[in-house]
Design a protein. Structure first.
Lengths: 270, 270, 270, 270, 270, 270
């Protein structure tokens, strides 16, 4: 684990805790943030010991989204030719998207623990996580509409698969603040905790539970759910058959079965 | 705005209010209804001033769905050859579908305000809207099953993207009446208002809020959500990057940013 | 109706009641179960009299899922070459999937009535049904994770279309038990009944209601909803137009219309 | 048949002959051309007597493509805001595309008879036809690249389904002229005729042959081939089964069978 | 190998030779033909020894397609209700399609050896094969158009993936006879042999060559090509990675490598 | 341009010439090759001056494909657990694929100039290029089948979009050598040159021609053709409309138009 400017990363109990660490800037996503999150998830992918990931925010809020300074600078770099500007902007957007794709593509479950503000780009980020949990004070808003733009790093692409269409559109067109309890009703978060401390404890507990399962089984399960987001049921059935053709030959099944018979807790290799 | 036989259309505060206007016939969708709604939405598309649309029903109900007279006439026009009848019916269905496709394809958000009966074809219609809101007396039923047919102008195609699969099937197989509150729990409507007046006031207020946002941003947002209904996440990310390559060069971003800095309400061109 | 080892099948009031019938084994899905369910659904497809299907479990539970004996035996049949083992496993999985595909592809609505345990393979089964109903004592768990494997006979493929993404993942990664009421909130079941008797009565009543509708209309409706699970809205609109090109020429429309006019209950041919 | 400014349209032997009729302008596609071709194909769709369509060019050439005047004017209508310009351009392109979509969507086979120049927009047009035939003097070029733009009314979308990928790219990147014989080798045209007269005679003869077949069978066949351009084999099999469920009940089968038995030429209704 | 009424099946040199065996009826596909071909391919799937399949016709022709008697009978079974007839026809078509799906889904390469007539249903059959080879006297025609119907057991679905779009449509709309050499130019057959004997010898030789390769590699290769017919390139890349994750652990790689090093012919297990 | 171990890279006339440079090893793709090609294409993407790319082989051959040493080593790194091995292999394959994805995704046209052997992995490579050209001595073989494996870095995924299905399968199942002229007939290469020198001169000339066109237009054209490989025609039409909404505002159109009017050669910015 190297040092990061925008994050604090810890590994314990087979869980990587990735905390956005710019509390005095409401954890706004600045120029350091975007490449660092890729670096962190490359490390997570490569580190067998990590079996689950928790993302949270240091300080009073999860994150206020993209740093407006950074956005303004991007605007200033435009040249005279609209076509060439468009090409440049297109590639810049694809580059920013890649940061949250790294979260989405992570083979290990990623849990977002949200308290305080979760605005704009922060919604794009948590939409790329597996599950979301909130403290009672959490507030969610698709803030991009108030910046005069359509959200382009994942919210409009991934959130419609997570919450209902009607609420999705209202949030996206109006940018209105949604509280923790309403977010839970919508399916945006799975559970609401009393405060930040209870949230972190609860989410860590859940992460530990997942980390105790067979990593082969967990990663296969995640791959399948990810696959189904964009594929047909018949394709999904064929894909899992091909996937499990190899994975059912893993010794994790034997270990799980033996533990089940002997009523003991199974121990799986990383 | 020309005169319509089946509708009353008003434009105020940048909002087009499209009211089905056959109250003595429970706003049944007759032969005038289908081509007129296309005409109306063509006008909405072409009129820059319109930034949001509200659809409601004049009188005691939203609408009882397709006019049975019209359906019966269609039945009577059949010839002797089953194959040629099938071709004719197929084209007639495609023509009726085109009326609600015009609603679905509208670049501007469309809000349905539903009170009283919302039956059969009326469900097809509101399924093509962005968001749905109800008065407490609203009643919803996929009535086509009781006409001996599978719904074919949009309900079975669009509603499964809006409400859960289990409830969708129960409603479609049984045609049972669903009240406003249950509709809200299902995600069919976003909110329930005490009565018709409160409903219209609430929905108009929401429409005005949307109309105050950057039209470029709102239309881009709608396009993306529409796109995601039928496309993969990776395709959606690439599409928004291509879309925003042009749209981030709009001055609306600068206006929004300036307003944000100066804590003032931004004013966007149509 | 022939005799089955793993099921008890009854036909009454145009409803096929398919009950898993190994109560002393918590209705575990053994080697008899998988081919028999295909046989049963072939019979249902071929029997015009059957208009709706109810699946339940005999005894104290719905089902504990796949029989572990059967799973263990499959493991023992593996040879020395990993590649050839993989081919064999792949085909075995595809064969098991075929059993629940038979449920999913059934042209007639299938209602699951769940009480007690509904674990592992039992979730795969009810995910292939049209609708699910529960007794208050029902308990649901995606148990496969505790067997060291990713679920591969339908849960991971079909359930994401039924419940929200966030809850889906939590259930799949942790295997935690979910009660009837929480299952209802998630959209996993449509309704909760006080006990097993009330459940069966309620579900049978619903099935009878569906059986009273036009079978042509019900089957067309089911085909469309099935189609929309994996197709685009525009494809769905074209498909229903082609479908109804034939089906609107059925006499069921005339019968339904006449019954509607005369306020009588329509009688449809099988 | 009304009068057209850019076309000459004739109906004889159940074949609509649509000739581009601006010979002094090398049949360049001007402002009249685009809406008129929609009008013409609406008439073709609505006229049962028409069973096949031939498109050709009056004078020495098929067509030099889009009128540059028209293109230049479009450029001049741009305003100050890049975003709003983009929206306007997007809708203008979609409008132009609609003209060739009308050709592509025509339920009746459309044969292009090409002689002399077939440049730019003319390739977009013939790509939307069912089959293409050439006189020996025909010359094909994807000319858009020399206008500084990517072709946007159909060539890049439809031609890759017609000719091989490697040749497609070379033609599109270089805009090089391709002669009739090379076009035939590529699969761009089906056959080369000695000169314009032989071409028209040959294509008309082929069209008459098609017009003598069952119109129900021809239209079903076209629908299926169109469908397969963008759908999976399994979807195509299901679609034809649903389509033929109605169409095999047509009397054309009986007529065809009877003619086959009696070795006589069948006569089908329009 | 049981006895078949419509086929003669032989197994030698690891190749199953499936010959249509109704020479006095030009190998017309009668009521025996359709279920027997499924039976035969089930046996091929289950028999490890079979590594490649050759389909040919006994007598002077490959096959004249579906038996007209059988078609006429199907027509006679229709009832009074158009909707219920449609359902019955739809299922009958799906049943016939299943026969050629069995060929298409076969994990082992299937080579068609065509001489004489190859008409109507025979084109549907060879479109489901991997490769097609012809004797110089072979004649191909999409004959269904002359029966007043659109081909519905595979030609219109699979052939567009095999030959060019322009020629496909001409053949399908006109039903014209295409000779062996033209068929080769189109890509319909891979090679033309002087006569029936040379054809069979050539195709058997090719089949033996394939049978000498690693069966794991051949089946994986076929699966991938089959997959790519209907999937995206990125999906295909992911699928082969998942597939080969198991298959690269097969000993066939080691055997192939060793043979390569020692310049000897490798021997692979079935 | 940094130094590469497996390549020699030159930039002249706005064309990047990428030559595989291990002539004494028949340009086998070793461990250096795979990451270096990504590096090179990153540089090509980032270097505006590069407008087209040519790939060739130094020495007597284009390339013999993947280095067998490298393959053997991969085999040796396998552990004891089949499941974990599978995961490792899957990721390794995805990593190798990424190297040729970099070629495929390059926004600038890539021309392959092939002489001598082009075997196994070399086919995977040229399948990711835009166009292929051959010297008369070129020989092509999908060699993977003789290594006991299904090709997994692109051949089976991309080649079916380039050559006909029948020939594709024969080549893939038999691994047979295909000469330059046959490759041209198949559409595998666009043109055959007399020898290596003529080949390089011809391909460079073609690349210069492409480099003289508007880079905005060329890149848009490539993006569209790439897009159409995996998308529907209607999606493609919408995508180009969105793309050109920005790109038609480029000054390249004005420059091209002016050059066209004045009959001069246009000069476009990079």
């Amino acid at each position: 684990m190297s040092d990061y400017k925008a994050f604090r990363v810890e590994l314990a109990d087979k869980i990587a805790h990735v905390a956005i660490n710019r509390p005095d800037k409401i954890n706004a996503m600045n120029a350091d943030f975007w490449p660092e999150i890729i670096e962190i998830f490359n490390w997570i992918e490569a580190t067998d010991e990590v079996r689950a990931v928790v993302i949270s925010g240091v300080g009073k809020h999860f994150s206020s989204g993209i740093d407006l300074m950074m956005l303004a600078q991007a605007g200033n770099q435009q040249g005279r030719d609209v076509g060439r500007n468009a090409e440049k902007l297109r590639r810049m957007i694809l580059t920013l998207q890649a940061s949250f794709n790294a979260v989405d593509n992570c083979r290990k479950p990623v849990l977002a623990a949200v308290h305080g503000y979760c605005l704009g780009g922060a919604i794009d980020l948590i939409s790329a996580c597996d599950m979301r949990y909130a403290a009672a004070d959490a507030q969610f808003s698709i803030k991009e509409i108030d910046m005069g733009m359509a959200a382009d790093v994942g919210t409009l692409q991934r959130l419609p698969r997570i919450i209902g269409d009607g609420q999705m559109r209202e949030m996206a067109y109006t940018g209105r603040m949604v509280g923790a309890e309403e977010a839970r009703e919508m399916g945006l978060v799975n559970r609401v905790y009393a405060d930040h401390a209870a949230l972190l404890e609860g989410v860590m507990q859940l992460a530990r539970e997942i980390a105790a399962k067979s990593p082969v089984a967990v990663r296969g399960t995640k791959e399948m759910i990810r696959y189904m987001r964009d594929h047909r049921v018949d394709d999904g059935l064929e894909y899992i058959a091909t996937w499990n053709a190899a994975m059912l030959q893993s010794e994790d099944l034997r270990i799980a079965m033996a533990a089940h018979m002997s009523k003991q807790k199974p121990e799986f290799a990383d």
